[in-house]
Design a protein around this ligand. Sequence first.
Ligand code: ADP
Ligand code: ZN
Length: 360
Amino acid sequence: MSQLHVNLGPRSYDIAFGQGLLAGAAEFFEARTKANHLLLITDDNVEERYAIPLADACTEHGFEADVLVVAPGEQTKCADIAAQLWQTMIDEGCDRQSAVVAVGGGVVGDLAGFVAATFARGLNFFQVPTTLLAQVDSSVGGKVGINLIGAKNMVGAFWQPQGVLIDVDVLDTLPEREYRAGLAEVVKYGVILDAEFFAYLEQHIEAINARDKQTLLHIIRRSCELKAQVVEADELELTGIRAALNYGHTFGHALEAATNYERLLHGEAVAIGMMGAARLAVALGRMPADFTPRQEGLLTALGLPTATPADLDPDELWKLMWHDKKVRDGEIRFVLPSRIGAVEVVSGVTTDQVLQAWSH
Ligand code: ADP
Ligand code: ZN
């Protein structure tokens, strides 16, 4: 097992990485909370495989442990379900001596974290992410929340966990498409922060596609280190530093909205979105022309889509970009690379330049 300490003053915490870590989860929790009651929140696909064994191990260790199960899928991340969870928590006798443990993907992590942040004005919270996306992205950084109709992640909080437990063995059962979608965020970290990591990914395609455990441990840990650096520098998204994490996302969010959040997984939209951002960076003379095929080569080798779906109209996508939360002062601000491993926030981009970037 290896550990990464995320330095956030009094809200600092550890992320543990390894294989077979779920077995030792109770000790990990015990060392980091005074709670004697654990409320595990999970979804139907994760309950039997991981949440129940985890709860049993915690009970054996002397915790009182309850498992609450929600339906899988983004629709679960809503106010109705949060309200049901609050009510169930009252019924289960939750109080300040209870800690919430999210066992699942990003949906479960965001929802459980939101419930932890709000119930009794805030409970201790642990994350046991079970998708690659959650392990490299959503479980790090403290953003928790729920969706409103037509407004993703609109209600939420910054609520740091007491610890995150990343067991790569749980990825064995992750569906192929979900696994590949998580890799998009991994590639993103290379482009925005670490050229050497980008090259490592290019050189380890086979091992990554085969879900080789040592390779996975390396790429997940490096992704968390890079995200943690950004979060440590800008925990509450106040200085603009955290905006770097949005590379490919202004384009990606428009794609998700244009397809009603049904056709593309988040990571797939981000992969296509990063291609839009790459073409824009090249068109603006910020990147050499060979960057676009290089990024496309890596994404394609990892089984990710790179082309804007032909049935989507660039004008429509351009309109949808304006709905992004990151639009400020009547201007869209794009996160664009200035070289592999460094990005800048760029404004003053023209409509034509963006329309061009959508097509190829
Ligand atoms: P994300 O983490 O990508 O935000 P979700 O939380 O919606 O997404 O999880 C994606 C899907 O994968 C859900 O249907 C979830 O139940 C399922 N899932 C999560 N973890 C695992 C796992 N380790 N094995 C199999 N299925 C999983
Ligand atoms: Zn993302």
